[in-house]
Each structure stands twice: as C-alpha cells, then as structure tokens.
Design a protein around this ligand. Structure first.
Ligand code: NAG
Length: 190
C-alpha cells in the first residue's frame, strides 16, 4: 500500500497547525505592554511566530525595540541586526533565555560563523536598556539599539533554539523557518 497522505489528513494537519499558531501567539495589534513599555510600530514576523515592536528616534538614529518569540522549554530567543548582509553570519545579536537558576538572562553576542560561541560580546553599535521578561510561554527582549550609522533601514535576523543541560545556548534547528528568518526592516515606517 502506498503511503500517500489523504486530503483529509492534510486538512486536519493544516487545521492543527493554524490552531497551534493562533493559540500560542498574539498578533501585534492585540498585544498589550505595560504603560512604560510604549511602542508606535509592530510587525508580525513571517517565521518562527515572532513579533517586533519598536519606536524610532530619528534625531539620534536609535530604535527602542521589543522582540517577542515563543519560549520552548529550555530555549533561547535572539534578535539581531546584520550591518553587512542579509544572512546570519555577521549578525549583531541580542539573546535571552532562562538560566539554570531559573532567572532570565539577556546579553549581546556576535555571530561570526556557522557555529558561534554565543558568549557575551560587544556589538558594532551601542545597546542600552537591555532586559528580558518571560510571560505566557513567550520571552520578550527589550533594548534600545543605535545610533545606527546607516539609518533606519537594516537587515534583521531572528532565531529560537534550545539550551544544553548546563544552560548554554546550543545551535538552532535547521528547519525551513529557522533558515528563512531574516528580512529588511525600515524602522521609520509605521
Ligand atoms: C543617521 O542616519 C543617517 C542615514 O539615514 C546617516 O546619514 C547619519 O550619519 C546617521 N547619524 C548618526 C548620528 O548615526
């Protein structure tokens, strides 16, 4: 007997996938931050069920951001700007996860190759007010990035992955969503 998925099983699979994604993520428009977390703009990112909120300060080329992504048990999330190209290598990243003591931890790191150390490193641009929160199966990274030397249009890269048993971030999976999670963002757009 040939193993061909029936149209019914495809239908149920796609219903399951859409239920899964709608139940574990809120879109931009219905997400509420507390009053001191104010952002003018937001985009639902096309992969990994992630969202980026921001407010851009034109006079200083700085962007205040909140990056949200689902937290897998023992997982990390990261958001990055790549000043060089639209890909992972060269990314200047903000990473966050729950450490082995159960506390949230966030720091900056650079992705210099395909097997990066993920250890704390300084980025090519200034980062301030870096913090992270965990709530409702989601991690959020907050930060102010910039001045951005080339203005508001940047390559962004985002990613999620797992921690090893010592709580150290491991390489992400090589699924389609993990490999496509990059695009260009214009912080000056609403
Ligand atoms: C801000 O961005 C513009 C490009 O939009 C650039 O010409 C300028 O040098 C940048 N200013 C600073 C302070 O980074």
């Amino acid at each position: 007997m040939a193993i061909v998925p029936s149209s019914t099983s495809i239908l149920f699979t796609s219903i399951f996938i859409s239920l899964f994604f709608t139940s574990c993520s809120q879109t931009c428009s219905n997400h509420k931050f507390t009053s001191e977390r104010f952002f003018t703009s937001c985009k639902d990112l096309p992969y990994l069920n992630a969202h980026l909120h921001w407010i851009y300060f034109k006079s200083t080329n700085q962007s205040k951001i909140a990056f949200r992504a689902p937290h897998t048990p023992k997982g990390w999330i990261a958001w990055a700007i790549n000043p060089y190209r639209r890909s992972m290598v060269g990314s200047q990243a903000l990473i966050a996860f729950r450490n082995t003591k159960g506390m949230m931890s966030a720091y900056t790191t650079t992705i210099s190759g395909y097997n990066p150390s993920m250890q704390p490193k300084k980025l090519t641009f200034h980062v301030s007010k870096l913090s992270t929160e965990y709530s409702k199966n989601e991690i959020t990274i907050f930060a102010v990035v910039g001045p951005l030397a080339h203005g508001p249009v940047v390559n962004q890269v985002w990613q999620v992955g797992s921690l090893d048993k010592n709580g150290v971030p491991m390489m992400h999976e090589m699924g389609l969503q993990n490999l496509q999670s990059t695009n260009v963002i214009d912080f000056s757009s609403l």
